[in-house]
Design a protein. Sequence first.
Length: 256
Amino acid sequence: MVWTMGLRDFLKKVLDFFDAEEERTLPGNAGKSDAQLRTEYEQKGKLFEKYIIGRFDTVNYFGVVDWTRDICEDGICPESNCNPDILMRYRRTGDKFALECKYRSRYYYSEKYHTQTIRWARPDQIENYLRYQKEQNVPVYVVIGVGNDILHGETPKELYCVPLNDIKNYPEVFASYLQKYRRPNPEKNFFWDVRNKRLCWPGCIHISFFTAAIFILQVLNRGKELCCICDIGVSDAKVPAIHEINHMMLYNISCR
């Protein structure tokens, strides 16, 4: 790990809660010092990161390659502080992808745009994520959690997974725009779409009768020697339950 005098960039990252007015104006935050608010904000962020890692099967399918810890000692900070929060690897193919995790307790009403929004990053942060994506040649996803009190054990009410390229021009993104990236059930695990090199999840799967028939025939004829297209639990894919092949690789499935 390369260390550099990056105090300014580090402070921009860990103090970005000052830009998140929706967090500072929450009921119960009145009278709290900036130090208290910052500590709670950082705790929420780390709890959300742990929650997101928990949405991956790290026993069988995924590995955590890197997890940014935002360490800074005596003004000396690692350059990785400016990277996305988590770097993951899909073990079966070696594919890597990065996650930038953003938790907000609620939407913020923008007086400028007269609608509900999420301020997920500053322009300089987005530039860092884009540079990382290009230099490391890995896709970056912005995972946004909204609602409930994660600090006291609640899970996010809403969860969105947005490719960085789809949100790179919007430091403040409309709630309406996020809806097409919403996960129907935040508790369900992520899967990796091997063919298209992207994340997917139960609920984004489209399977025709023909595809399901091919899959069943392959299972009967070839057992577990299936083409690696998309990792998904059989019950989630609405394919007849064959208990030996639960959470196996399906053939010819595309994810939005």
